[in-house]
Design a protein around this ligand. Structure first.
Ligand code: NAP
Ligand code: MG
Length: 502
């Protein structure tokens, strides 16, 4: 059976020495333990064994971090010119690039994802995103308006303008599926806008956030601009409740997003919420079957299905339904499961025992409710949190696996007979995050695209994200688009100023 020692032999010197160091959290430029003395275990999902521990931060730590972020926001950081903020972010990107192998290894041992994906997908996207966001620091602009004020006496002249100002101290709470990318998507636009931040990584994956904290210090950001408080939900709750926090930026489940929205109601903290999904993949009958099978498999199985835009509901037009389902069952059965460090591995473990049991529970419910299981379902021996990718055919909208976000490699598929029905089925969800359409008929694709209720729609591809393209949800998938031009507005407030000229 795979052991932690086996896993560690796959790490380079830098990652090994990071794990051997005492991992504290970053508050006000200092590396500190939790004031309570508490720690939380960091588990390697490929073995199910404890790798190291990190501080288990709580409300007292958040309090210190918020005070530090406030001092920095009103002090040193406010004196930084936009171009200085840009340069620091670019320097941080260079440091990420210089340490990319180490960061990728830490991501793989902490999260379980394939090393090849950590290195070539996560790290590349994190670095590109930092560089893209760095550019916004010098491009935050307002507008100039000539107001009419037709009710004031003639002869008086005014000019109005809008200023975009940083929102202030931001609490940022992130999930475990793309730990470093999520951290960068949160801190980079906030820092570009001139905010200061307290980042709370997921309990299951704190390692790359802490290594990122070291690189933030090395880049030369002033103390208190970036604070990183590790722990379970407690520091997250403390951030949401803290009167000194101006905004919460959250990525995670819809359930926790709703809790945050309720708790922030009294203070009217600014919120941006990137939440769950149950994204439809719609394959029309003229699509190339081979391409559609590969596309639909990638849409749902990428990152072991632990993707908020996972294409977990598949709709296939009847004439090609059987061929597509057969192809998908074959792909699902062919996945080699194993350690993310192994070059033969095609799918790593799920994040935790809790997550694996949850996904297993959905599988059993799917069977009971009458789904036809074409692949997956058998248990995997060994200590890690492995789960065989599963494909259900003939699922119906009243089934739990059709409606609820599973966040694991489980596909539910449904045939359809006409495009209007496909659109109706695709939109029959509380969520609206991702969707894709597969067809060679681009005019039809564009008609479908316009009818889909989702914030991110792909045509003949799925799950492709880029820092220049806004990303956000419709409906219960949240609000407050990240990335692209939208990022500029996410961490600024608009102030209108009117001046009497004469
Ligand atoms: P989660 O349970 O909602 O947790 C997300 C983060 O919130 C974690 O850091 C968590 O801490 C913290 N948290 C938990 N309870 C909290 C509370 N009451 N107040 C404040 N913070 C709290 O989600 P997850 O299981 O980590 O991630 C999976 C979910 O994230 C899925 O639903 C997925 O769709 C969604 N997701 C969405 C996007 C997107 O962009 N839309 C991207 C990725 C993931 P702990 O880790 O200690 O629990
Ligand atoms: Mg872990």
């Amino acid at each position: 059976m795979l052991t932690i020692a086996d896993q560690k032999t796959r790490l380079g010197e830098a990652a090994r020495s990071f794990l051997a160091s005492s991992r504290k959290m970053l508050i006000d430029g200092q590396w500190v333990a939790a004031q309570s003395g508490r720690t939380i275990d960091v588990v390697d999902p490929a073995t199910g064994l404890v790798l190291v521990d990190v501080p288990g931060g709580g409300a007292a730590d958040v309090d210190r971090a918020v005070a530090a972020a406030r001092r920095a926001f009103e002090g040193a950081w406010s004196g930084f010119r936009p171009v200085q903020r840009e340069r620091l972010l670019l320097k941080l990107a260079d440091l990420l690039e210089a340490n990319a192998d180490e960061l990728a290894e830490l991501e793989t041992i902490d999260n379980g994802k394939l090393l090849m994906m950590s290195r070539h997908a996560d790290l590349t996207l994190a670095i590109d995103s930092l560089r893209y966001m760095a550019g916004w620091a010098t491009k935050i602009e307002g507008t100039t308006i000539t107001p009419s004020f037709s009710y004031v006496p003639p002869g008086m002249e005014f000019t109005s303008q809008t200023l975009r100002e940083p929102v202030g101290v931001v609490g940022q709470i992130i999930p475990w599926n793309f730990p470093l990318v999520m951290a960068i998507w949160k801190i980079a636009p906030a820092l570009a806008a001139g905010c200061t931040v307290i980042l709370k990584p997921a309990e299951d994956t704190p390692l790359t956030a802490l290594r990122l904290g070291e690189l933030v210090c090395e880049a030369g950001f002033p103390d208190g601009v970036v604070n990183i408080v590790t722990g379970d939900a407690e520091p997250g709750v403390a951030l949401v409740d803290h009167p000194g926090v101006d905004k919460i930026a959250f990525t995670g489940s819809t359930e926790v997003g709703q809790i945050i929205q309720r708790r922030a109601a009294d203070s009217m903290k600014r919120l941006s919420l990137e939440l769950g999904g149950k994204s439809p993949v719609v394959i029309l009958k003229d699509a190339d079957v081979g391409m559609a099978v590969q596309g639909a498999a990638q849409a749902v199985f990428f990152n072991h299905g632990q993707v908020c835009t996972a294409g977990s509901r598949l709709f296939v037009e009847r004439p090609i339904y059987d061929a597509v389902m057969e192809g998908l069952a074959e792909v699902a059965n062919s996945f080699a499961l194993g350690s993310g460090f192994d070059s033969e591995t095609q799918m790593g473990p799920l994040i935790s025992a809790k997550q694996r049991d949850r996904v297993q529970g959905f599988l059993e419910t799917g069977r009971k409710e009458g789904g036809r299981l074409l692949a997956g379902g058998s248990p995997v021996e060994g200590g890690g949190f492995f789960f065989r990718p599963a494909v259900f055919a003939d699922t119906r909208p009243d089934m739990t696996i059709y409606r609820e976000e599973i966040f694991g490699p489980v596909l539910s598929a449904t045939p359809f007979d006409d495009v209007d029905t496909a659109v109706r089925l695709a939109n029959d969800s509380i969520y609206g995050l991702g969707a894709s359409v597969w067809t060679n008929n681009l005019s039809l694709a564009n008609r479908v695209v316009r009818k889909l209720k989702a914030g991110n729609v792909w045509v003949n591809c799925h799950n492709l994200l880029d820092p220049a393209v806004p990303f956000g949800g419709y409906r219960m998938s949240g609000y407050g688009s990240e990335l692209g031009h939208a990022a500029r507005d996410l961490y600024t407030e608009s102030k209108s100023v009117t001046t009497l000229l004469s």
